[in-house]
Design a protein. Structure first.
Ligand code: URA
Length: 267
């Protein structure tokens, strides 16, 4: 196995939050069929149309399976992205501030009808102060612009708004802790309230949980519509998950999810 393949495996396990690997046999063998199967396992059939009733049906189906977390109240009606940024200031409200370089607030059109929400900045985003500019970001840009073009929708990355649940990079790209998400989540909710998009696309499990309040895994939630304070939310895979090996199914599904949300917003 070459070095690049080994690196891909390690990144793949890092995404699964497996921090310790024991080398009993070869690294290839360590990716057991069970792990592979759980990664490529086909999720349940998606809900197709974006009508109110379908959104409600999808949400109530999930709600029946999982209790919902409490979401904080909406921000004041005169809120704006500038005010939110000023309120964040040189934030030291949580431990994520200790190791960060730049706060990654968000980027795009303040009046965007579509907002993408990721988990938190990675190394490239931390260095540049802009969300989704690393490898996963480049894939996201390609997905947005490539899918729109194919679907006949004139849309560029600059026309949407992109932000994260937490605005500072979690050390080692770990998943943000509940208290960090709670502290920073108030700013995400204010951003969403200030923009009031026609739809939100939650990228990956962390964003899905933060925006919908549901605790189910992303494979159960993807392709379905939820609501954030009356705004439809589509859940799909995080682009960094799609960059890992063995995720061909997930890629196809993510493209389907994206098509749904794009047609809902721009048709
Ligand atoms: N992953 C995220 O969730 N957000 C970014 O901004 C970059 C990578």
């Amino acid at each position: 196995m070459d070095a690049d393949t080994i690196r891909q495996y390690l990144e793949f396990y890092q995404d699964l939050h497996i921090e310790t690997l024991y080398r009993r046999t070869s690294v290839a063998d360590a990716a057991s069929p069970a792990v592979k199967a759980s990664v490529v396992a086909a999720p349940p059939a998606p809900v197709i149309a974006a009508s109110e009733s379908k959104i409600a049906a999808a949400e109530s189906k999930i709600a029946a399976a999982e209790p919902k977390m409490e979401l904080p109240p909406l921000a004041p009606p005169d809120d704006s992205l500038i005010k939110i940024m000023q309120d964040i200031g040189d934030c030291h409200r949580c431990r994520l501030s200790e190791a960060r370089d730049k706060i990654v607030f968000g980027v795009g059109d303040e009046k965007a009808p579509l907002v993408f929400v990721g988990e938190g900045p990675g190394a490239d985003e931390d260095a540049q102060g802009i969300p989704f500019v690393g490898r996963a970001g480049q894939l996201l840009t390609q997905m947005i612009e490539g899918t729109s073009k194919k679907e006949g929708i004139p849309l560029l990355r600059k026309d949407v708004y992109i932000c994260n649940v937490v605005k500072c990079r979690p050390p080692g790209n770990r998943t943000p802790e509940a208290d960090e998400m709670e502290t920073c989540g108030q700013f995400l909710y204010r951003q969403l309230s200030a923009i009031r998009p026609k739809a939100i696309c939650a990228l990956g499990g962390t964003a899905a949980r933060a925006v919908t309040g549901h605790k189910e895994g992303v494979t159960k939630m993807r392709g379905k519509w939820f609501k954030w304070n009356d705004i439809p939310v589509m859940v799909t895979y995080h682009p960094s998950y799609l960059l890992r090996p063995y995720n061909e199914n997930a890629k196809r599904e993510a493209w389907e999810d994206l098509k749904k949300v794009l047609h809902f917003v721009y048709d």
